[in-house]
Design a protein around this ligand. Structure first.
Ligand code: SAH
Length: 349
């Protein structure tokens, strides 16, 4: 197995069978071997720096009905909210003071926010904070819409492919959604010139080692700038309420593999990872991640943006989260930096 890790480090790719073999037969010793290499590679490119992103969850209305997601349309117990442009700008103002230089606007797929309104929000943030990057995470749109957001000033786009395998995708989503369209969006975003983030849930229902191997191959083909992965965690008001969570251990292993395959990628240590283990995010950083995305949403709405149960940090003020994270990151030997934190292939100022 060490030979396979060394091969991945050198060639940045393995066959599907090799990935699946590693994932299926992994053990503690091989994981440590992997993480050590992952840390070395991340430090070669990014030193000890950890980039922070301020996450603004601006709407929990969603027209989709993804089977795993707590804000799915069918969840009638979810109390819905929307932030206005003014609310969002207040989050940015607070975030800027706390040292954030990237704002991530994430939400359900909510047509209340027309392309024009989104563009207005984007250009206003850019006008006020020209040294900040804007990341969008608002789901599947037409290439024309993506182009408009880009022209308005959006720099990056997060859209996890969720699972590369078409039939697995169909088990996690309603019929009107397809892996094909989701992947089409990712290629469009790349073509337009965004820094693109994809990703998947680890341990989602029905997932196999082969599925994860295919995720790695899809990511290799896409060559994204960012990859967000986190454990699947059940939400009590979804069809997957009784399913098991993904594990910390497998998520960390996948992070390590990703770092070896994409040496310069921006890899967040996600909130979901921090939710399944108290030191999950620290462990993620030590397995190859180099980004954290604390919440900048107003405290009044935080408990309403629940994609899964037991989400952490929903009662804390943004400033509290910032201080807490500073300590957590420092405990790993890494340090948070005040920077837009672009991918190395983009201008870093
Ligand atoms: N509407 C946007 C944002 C989705 S939320 C979009 O379509 O991209 C961001 C991510 O949260 C999703 O891509 C999914 O991978 C993750 N997520 C959703 N429900 C989850 C759950 N129950 N457990 C873990 N992660 C979940």
């Amino acid at each position: 197995m060490k030979k396979l890790i060394e091969k991945l480090e050198k060639e940045k790719i393995l066959t599907k069978e090799e990935f699946a073999f590693l994932i299926e037969n992994r053990n503690e010793e091989i994981a440590e071997f992997l993480f050590e290499k992952a840390r070395k590679i991340r430090e070669t490119h990014y030193g000890k720096d950890v980039y922070i992103r301020g996450l603004i969850e601006f709407t929990n209305y969603c027209k989709n009905d993804c089977l795993y997601c707590g804000i799915r349309r069918s969840n009638k117990t979810c109390e819905r909210y929307r932030l206005t442009k003014e609310d969002i700008l207040l989050c940015c103002e607070e975030g800027y003071g706390l040292g954030f230089r990237t704002f991530v606007l994430q939400g359900g797929e909510d047509n209340h926010y027309s392309d024009d309104y989104m563009c207005e929000i984007i250009s206003e943030i850019k006008r006020k904070y020209p040294d900040c990057a804007i990341t969008l995470s608002i789901g599947e749109k037409s290439k024309e819409s993506y182009q408009k957001f880009f022209d308005a000033g959006a720099d990056r786009y997060l859209l996890r492919h969720e699972t590369a395998d078409f039939s697995h995708y169909a088990k996690l989503h309603p019929e009107n959604l397809s892996a094909e369209n989701r992947q089409r969006c990712l290629w469009d975003l790349k073509e337009i010139g965004y820094q693109v983030g994809t990703g998947f849930m680890v341990g989602s229902p029905y997932q196999t080692a082969e599925n994860l191997a295919e995720d790695m191959l899809f990511i290799h083909k896409l060559q994204p700038h960012m990859v967000g992965i986190g454990p699947f965690i059940p939400h009590h008001a979804t069809p997957f309420r009784d399913e098991k969570s993904g594990t910390l251990e497998l998520t960390l292993f996948m992070l390590g593999l990703l770092r070896l395959m994409l040496p310069t990628a921006l890899l967040p240590s996600t909130t979901a990872l921090g939710t399944i283990h108290p030191e999950g995010r620290e462990k993620g950083l030590l397995a190859g991640a180099n980004v954290v995305m604390p919440n900048l949403s107003p405290v009044t709405v935080r408990k309403k943006y629940l994609l899964y149960d037991n989400k952490i940090c929903t009662g804390d003020e943004s400033a509290q989260c910032r201080v807490c994270l500073e300590k957590r990151v420092a405990s790993t030997g890494y340090k948070i930096v005040v920077s837009a934190g672009h991918h190395l292939s983009f201008d870093n100022h």
